[in-house]
Design a protein around this ligand. Structure first.
Ligand SMILES: Nc1ncnc2c1ncn2[C@@H]1O[C@H](COP(=O)(O)OP(=O)(O)OP(=O)(O)O)[C@@H](O)[C@H]1O
Ligand SMILES: [Mg+2]
Length: 499
């Protein structure tokens, strides 16, 4: 029961805990650590670590919501924060831990009812219920983010500042009316998220990667690096991962190409998945991994674990940033090296970004066929150049020609993904690396997405076509008993009727 320590709204809080938590709730910096624990307020709330936010350089005009709407949202946010603050002064915070959300909800509902009378706010039943839900989200969860996290149609949440929030639904970005009370409120929520995974965000480490308990990937960057106040990006974890059949169902690739991709994984070809930010690289990696045989030992390496492999024989590794003294960092490169000592059949590296590219190519070249990774690049050719640059970053003294020959022998297939102008993600190219000629890595495109235009609704029209080339990897496929019909690669047979 949270009533026992209840005081009148006018009585100043007697416990440091309550006062501190209330201050934290309002985005105030002076919060002792003891108080932080009970309502899960995290480190940034401490006066010493809390960065001072510089004044906003510019006020960005927001497209939506419109002015009267903003005023209404502001009034509601003010009321919510005000009541939340008053509530914290009244309730027994430590009791919250032992109660279910329903129990807390019932008690809070009663208190809110009473407080609404005091502040003279007339709310109808629906509004009151919403207010209680929102206050519960503040107390027990991540405040304004909670409804967005619960909404299954939202895949990405982008908090540009306390008053500017965008989400992605069905591939489309839209600005929504969600607002935080102020920068301090947003910073408190960020602090709550990152402290849950033992990380911190403050002036000395203003950029941080974290994960929500449900696996969603979070990045936060705060002033002085972020000019318009704290900023956070959340890639929501999909509870039911997108598999190959779903990718085909969404029109991301034709069924015939999906059959070929499954064959590529089964025949242990090394695959590089290339694409821009949010183009679906991790999703494709995950979908392809389903074709790995259950008896194979797989080691996955990621900066922020997102892969959801279904096999039983999987070891998941995640990098670690340095601690407050700048020590203890374990990067992807260290993990790739370690993975090689773990007797893996295949290594799956979430994304190559730097020197680990060299070690990954070594792994691919030395008996770990069937390994896969992703890279940020716009075309398959560009992807190989990026890998070459990354080899340079590894500090290994190697000539461009040797680097290219490493690439040509390690990577067998490059897949290109794109987020099209209509918001849909698509496989746009399947290319095969065939060897070297002089200093050039040879590639041939097996399938290619050909755009024919855009329809009246802005939807991209096009189809994926076979380029009429019988891939070299057919030999490996046949050797493993996977026989793909030659007609799959026939350019005159349309592999897809519609985009
Ligand atoms: N083919 C697809 N159809 C519909 N949605 C997709 C598809 N592929 C991915 N998505 C969704 O798009 C979002 C981004 O996907 P994903 O994380 O795989 O991209 P990414 O390229 O790995 O991004 P990043 O560059 O940030 O690592 C996710 O929410 C995912 O569920
Ligand atoms: Mg990714």
């Amino acid at each position: 029961m949270i009533w026992p320590t209840r005081r009148s709204a006018n009585t100043p809080p007697t416990s440091d805990q309550a006062a501190a938590a209330a201050a934290a709730a309002a985005g105030n910096a002076a919060v002792p650590d003891t108080a932080a624990k009970d309502i899960a307020v995290s480190e940034p709330a401490s006066a010493s670590t809390m960065p001072k936010l510089p004044p906003r350089a510019t006020v960005k005009p927001t497209v939506a919501p419109k002015a009267p709407e903003i005023r209404r949202i502001d009034l509601y946010t003010e009321l919510k924060v005000d009541l939340h603050q008053k509530l914290i002064e009244r309730i027994n915070l430590s009791a919250l831990d032992t109660m279910s959300r329903e129990q807390v909800g019932r008690d809070i509902g009663d208190i809110v009812q009473e407080m609404l009378k005091e502040v003279n706010h007339a709310l109808n039943l629906v509004e009151r219920r919403q207010l209680v839900e929102d206050i519960l989200d503040e107390l027990l969860g991540l405040g304004p983010l909670e409804p967005l996290l619960k909404d299954p149609t939202i895949t990405d949440i982008m908090v540009n500042s306390a008053t500017s929030v965008f989400v992605e639904r069905s591939g489309r970005l839209e600005q929504i009316g969600t607002r935080f009370a102020n920068d301090g409120h947003l910073l408190r929520i960020i602090g709550k998220i990152v402290s849950n995974v033992g990380r911190r965000v403050d002036e000395s480490s203003p950029m941080v990667d974290a994960r929500l308990p449900d696996g969603s990937r979070v990045n936060a960057i705060i002033p002085p690096l972020a000019l318009d106040g704290p900023c956070m990006s959340i890639r929501k974890f999909s509870k039911t991962p997108i598999d190959m059949d779903k990718l085909v169902g969404y029109g991301s690739m034709p069924p015939d190409v999906a059959t070929v991709l499954k064959g590529i994984v089964k025949s242990r070809r090394n695959v590089l998945i290339s694409g821009g930010t949010g183009s679906g690289k991790t999703t494709m990696l995950n979908a392809m991994s389903a074709s790995i045989e259950p008896h194979e030992r797989v080691v996955t390496i990621e900066d922020s674990a997102e892969l959801q492999l279904q096999q039983a024989h999987v070891v998941r590794l995640e990098t670690r940033p340095s601690n407050i003294e700048g020590k203890g960092e374990v990067n992807q490169r260290d993990l790739v090296k370690n993975a090689l000592r773990m007797r893996p059949d295949r290594i799956i590296l979430g994304e190559i970004r730097s020197g680990e590219a060299f070690d990954m190519l070594q792994a691919m070249n030395t008996g770990h066929d069937g390994s896969m990774t992703t890279v940020h690049a716009n075309t398959p050719r560009d992807a190989l150049s990026r890998v070459e640059q990354m080899i340079g970053m590894s500090g290994i003294d190697i000539s461009p020609k040797s680097a290219r020959s490493q690439i040509a022998s390690a990577i067998h297939v490059v897949l290109q993904l794109e987020r099209l102008s209509d918001g849909r993600r698509r496989l746009t190219s399947v290319a095969e690396v065939t060897g070297m000629e002089g200093e050039i890595v040879l590639m041939q495109e097996i399938f290619k997405f050909e755009r024919r235009g855009i329809d009246a609704d802005g939807k991209v029209i096009g189809e994926m076509k076979a380029m009429g080339i019988r891939p070299k990897f057919m030999e490996q496929l046949s050797a493993r008993g996977i026989d793909l019909a030659p007609s799959l690669f026939d350019p005159f047979k349309r592999v897809e009727g519609k985009a």
